[in-house]
Every structure is written in C-alpha cells, then in structure tokens.
Write a protein that binds this ligand. Sequence first.
Ligand code: ZN
Length: 384
Amino acid sequence: MVFVDKYAIREMNETIVLEHIVNQGPLSRAAVANNTHLSKASVSEIVRKLTETNLVHEIGIGDSTTSGGRRPIMLELNKHAGVSLSFDIGYNYIATMLTYLDGEIITEQIIEDKINRETLIDKIENVVIDYQQMIPKTSYGIVGITIAIHGVVYDNSIVFTPYYDLAKLNICEVLGNRLGIPIFIENEANLSAIAEQTYSSNYKNLVSISIHSGIGAGIIIDGELYTGERGFSGEIGHKILFPDGKPCPCGNRGCLEQYCSEKSILEFFTEGNQPTETTIAQLKSAYLTKDPKVTELIDRAAKYLAIGINNVTTAFSPGVIFLKSRLTREIPDFLEKINSNLNSFINEDVELRNSTLGDQATLLGASAVSIRNFLRIKSMKIQR
Ligand SMILES: [Zn+2]
C-alpha cells in the first residue's frame, strides 16, 4: 500500500483544480467540483488560495440555472498575473517573444546574429534585462524563460548541435543564477509540437516536423512529449536515405537532411553558394516560371520528404503531422507533391498540413513550457 501524506494530496488537488480552470474556464465552483469529483468544500478552499495568490480571478456572472437558482460566479485563469519570455536560438538569429499566461503575445522581435558559444549567455542576459525594463506590471513578472535550441537537448542540457557549437553549454544554471528566474531549454521541434498540442490540435498523438537548416520532429504520444532515453527521438533528419551518400555533421553519410532540409534545397538551388534571406523568394519565382531545373529540385525534395514522413508514420502512427517550413508555405503545390508521394495505406488517415502557428510555433511552445512549470500543471489546452 502506498501512503500519500495530506500535504501531497492537497497539492495534487490544487493542480487538478487549476488545470480544469485553465483548460475549461470560465467555470463556476460547482462545475469545478462536478468535473474534478472533489467536494465543494475542498474546491472552495483551493479556489480561495488560488484567488488570494492572484492565479485565478472571478469574472462576470454565469448563466442562471434552469431551476432558477442564484447565478454562479465564474472562475478564470488570471492571465495577466505574469509573463513568459521565450527565445529561439537559430544559427544566424535570436528570436524572442513575450506572452501573458494564456500565450497571448505581447511583443516579439528577431535579431540577426551569428551565434557564438562565447557570447551567447551574455547576449541572452542582456535581452532579458532589456525586457525587464519594458514588461507590463504584473504580480509575478517573468515567470520563466524557455530557450529553443536547434539540436539535441535532453534533461535541460545541450547534447548535440550540428549547425552551431553549443554542446554542453551550461545555459540553464548560469542564467538561472544570474537572473533568479527558472530557465528551461528544449529542442525547437519539440517546442513546436508542444505549441500545436497546446494551441491548435486536439489529437493526443501528433508530430510536428520542422524543416530549417536540419529536419527535426517533435513527437507527442498520448498527450506527452516523447524524447526517448537520451533525447535523440525525433532526429529524423538523420535517418539514412542513401548509404554512402553525402557526409553529415552527425558522423553518418546520406542523411535525409542533406537532401531536403531548407538549407540543402537552397544550396542545390544556388549550386553550392551560400543562400541569402531572399533566396526563397527567388526559388519561388523560378518555380512559378516553370524553370525545369527548379521543378525537378522541388519534385525530388517532395519525394525524399515523403520518405521521411512515411517512416515517421510507421514508427508513431500520429493522427496529424504538422509541417513547419517556409518552403511548404511559400512554394505552391509543394505540400500536395509530398502528399502525392505518400501512397502506402499506412498514411491514408494521417492528416498532413502546414502549421497554422507558422514561424511562431517554437516560441509559443516555449511559452507553454514556462507557463506549465509556473502553474505546476501538466497539460494546457488553450483555444486561440
Ligand atoms: Zn546525419
């Protein structure tokens, strides 16, 4: 028999009540009691604490009951009790986003910057200090900072970063000590998957595939992020497409991302020259003029991406796969071309679509991580 002390039960019940208010609010106290199967007295006690600490507030008046009873007071997350700050560290930019506790965006910005291991922590600290000067006044201020890394992250530490050198950089501890704010780091594709789960999708099993310099997948299984034993789960860009193919920074040859990541496609397009910010627009206009070389390039990339996606489906059987890619958004028919290469019956009922959150997915997922940690709730589902 397992003994759970009274304090732990109270904490657990608080979490349950807050989770219901966050995910299903506005709710009356009676509805919370009904939905959670807790007594009205316990719910009232917990709600008193949650309103005293400013996490929940009472709003308006709900519909009157059919029996003509007193109209209940409704409870809702006090989304203005604090703010969350998110970072996305690309290999040549730092993007940031400030949100309220329901993910409502207050402001966002992007700085073009070549990322350097020696200066990154100081740079992040300076950005946080700048934000601290301008954030709206709230009860809790910045409740957490979550940083997206383009590489393998496990248990808040950076394991492997193929396109910049940040492996083992102790961001969480150093910044946490300097700023006194909880700091989290996570793989960017994992954060995009968390964003889709939180803000856009009701599927319990979903995958979000990010196609940038590399190709990574965030995998949600039964409502939880799946990272595997050491964080390598979802590194689908390193599935081998061609044994003995092009060398990859991971140590293998012929990895998927060497053929159909955004970076690789643009490098094929510029014939090995460094792509610039305008290259996608140039690729798009060449595609629209039916340049046969570009058509062939897109057809081939669609075929290879479909192989990667087919492998994801055979491994995880998701209900939906979101693509987070400027190319599939910008190039007409690219998504249809990928779909037309998915011929197996295994893919029949899997929805493949562009992320509706687009470029904001990673930062919104980061915001959800900070907020969930602050509220000490496991799941958050918010209609945007
Ligand atoms: Zn590789």
